[in-house]
Design a protein around this ligand. Structure first.
Ligand SMILES: *Cc1c(COP(=O)(O)O)cnc(C)c1O
Length: 494
């Protein structure tokens, strides 16, 4: 079939078919993709098709070869990294946007929700009322956009325009070793260089020490570098730790340095009354990011940056006038959705073409409300505390880092193994291969910890028990296999 006209009027039938396939997937009864890799690879590989097969065959193959061999990330027992499957409403509204509002430009209902949902996020997470946002593809770009604003602000204060003229002076960004690597990458992309990011000492939980920050700033005061930003975590990626935001924000204010809060993962934690006070000082931030595609359950591809004045984003990221847009919109006498491009988001970040993300975030909040989000966050935080409780109660488990939010770093301990990092690495691999509980691991102060992060809307309490059981099982198995010669050799040597 070589007809290249897209379908019209055939979607309901195809969606029903796709819906059935996806419902089947969400029962999580299929084996992991690698179990059957030979079969689906041979079904999928092939040379570039000269002739098409038509949409029906493509959708059918989607159900047969792709969907059952997709990712384990949406599986409720998967607590790896900080990622999860989209909730159904998020996935459906993404599809609706792809069909009905493929760009965020124009005065459409979808574009209206771009701004409204950003306001809802700001209100829900208690950002300063004047803060306004812009969506991007995720935390990586959201941090880049925030630090682009910070760079612009710092240089404008000394009469320079880095967006227009490039970098004329070396810079410094103050963070901790617990900050996300995308901070360092953003510094590289923005022309400051990864080495511009100075690691401020932190406490045992990885939280920045304000006094150490102060000392570093004093020491740097005459070094000829432009202090561009101080970056604090509201939920560090490895452990969920939250930096002392108020003290850091006050120091930033006293020193006239931009204060950025990376809440990609942890900002929604403010909804949990038990930890809400840890966010004290958030109001001092000049920029804040959050990833709706983490705890909120949006499909991957949605991050948000908030700043006090989007004018600074415009100066940092404007594309300038362009021949290819000249005359296309009037912005006056508005009668049609294409009389205006709407809010110029494409000048507030690094994307021109971009999907309608606001409608997705709007739908996530509209479906379950702030209360539903709060319930989810509280439930997940309580799950992490339950893991810690279980670990404290068992002689072969050890809490490596007490949970702040929904991450608990713990490990298996036994006298039968000398290298507990290696043991826990092996335990983790066993877990992954069994496929019932799939946490990730992290190195915390040199200790390899098993690290579940509860953000999945489909994850429930039984998955906590299962995880503990799986770790104990795997640990006992490995410890038993160690008894005998290798163990005695080990003891003889020590
Ligand atoms: C996940 C994360 C990021 C990166 O976000 P992506 O959406 O994966 O690009 C940045 N900062 C923190 C604190 C994160 O947890």
């Amino acid at each position: 079939m070589s007809n290249d006209r897209a379908e019209c009027g055939n979607l309901a039938k195809l969606l029903q078919q796709l819906g059935g396939q996806l419902d089947q997937y969400l029962r999580f009864e299929h084996a992991d993709a690698m179990q059957d890799a030979k079969r689906w690879r041979s079904a999928l590989e092939g040379s570039l098709p000269e002739q098409g097969v038509g949409i029906e065959q493509v959708i059918e193959q989607l159900g047969r070869d792709l969907i059952p061999n997709g990712s384990q990330i949406p599986y409720p027992g998967c607590t790896s990294f900080i990622t999860t499957g989209a909730t159904s409403v998020g996935a459906l509204v993404t599809l609706a946007g792809a069909v009905a509002a493929p760009q965020r430009i124009g005065l459409t209902a979808f574009s209206f929700l771009e701004e409204l949902s950003l306001q809802w996020l700001a209100e829900m997470f208690e950002l300063p009322p004047q803060m306004k946002g812009v969506y991007s593809s995720g935390g990586s770009v959201a941090n880049l956009v925030a630090l682009g604003a910070a760079r612009q602000w710092a240089f404008e204060r000394i009469g320079l325009d880095p967006a227009r003229d490039g970098m004329r002076l070396p810079c410094r960004i103050y963070a901790t070793s617990a900050s996300h690597n995308t901070i360092r990458r953003a510094a590289a992309v923005l022309g400051m260089g990864r080495s511009a990011v100075v690691n401020i000492p932190s406490d045992a939980m990885g939280r920045m020490l304000p006094a150490a920050l102060r000392r570093q700033l004093d020491a740097d005061s005459n070094n000829g570098c432009v202090p561009v930003a101080i970056v604090a975590n509201a939920g560090a990626t490895s452990t969920g730790a939250i930096d002392p935001l108020r003290r850091i924000g006050e120091i930033a204010g006293e020193c006239g340095i931009w204060f950025h809060v990376d809440g990609a993962y942890g900002l929604p934690g403010i909804l949990d009354e038990r930890v809400r006070s840890l966010y004290d000082g958030l109001a001092l931030a000049d920029s804040v990011i959050v990833d709706p595609h983490k705890w909120m359950g949006a499909p991957v591809g949605i991050g948000a940056t908030f700043v006090r004045d989007r004018g600074i984003l415009n100066r940092a990221f404007t594309q300038g006038a362009s021949d290819y847009l000249e005359g296309s919109v009037t912005d006056e006498n508005i009668q049609h959705s294409m009389d205006s491009l709407g809010v110029p988001y494409s000048d507030f970040g690094v994307e021109l073409s971009a999907p309608s993300r606001g409608a997705v975030v709007w739908a996530l909040i509209r479906e379950i409300g702030k209360e539903g989000m709060r319930e989810r966050v509280c439930r997940h935080n309580a799950m992490a505390r339950l893991v810690a409780e279980r670990a404290h109660a068992h002689p072969n488990l050890e809490v490596v880092m007490e949970p702040t939010l929904s991450i608990c770093c713990f490990r298996y301990v036994t006298d039968d193994w000398e290298d507990l990092n290696e043991l826990n690495r092996r335990i983790h691999r066993k877990l992954v291969h069994r496929g019932r509980s799939i946490p990730s691991t992290a190195s915390v102060n040199g200790v390899l910890a098993i690290r579940p992060c509860f953000v999945g809307a489909r994850t429930s309490w039984e998955h906590v028990d299962e995880l503990i059981e799986e770790v104990l099982h795997a640990g006992q198995d490995l410890a038993a296999s160690r008894q005998g010669a290798p163990y005695e050799t080990q003891q003889a040597l020590s």
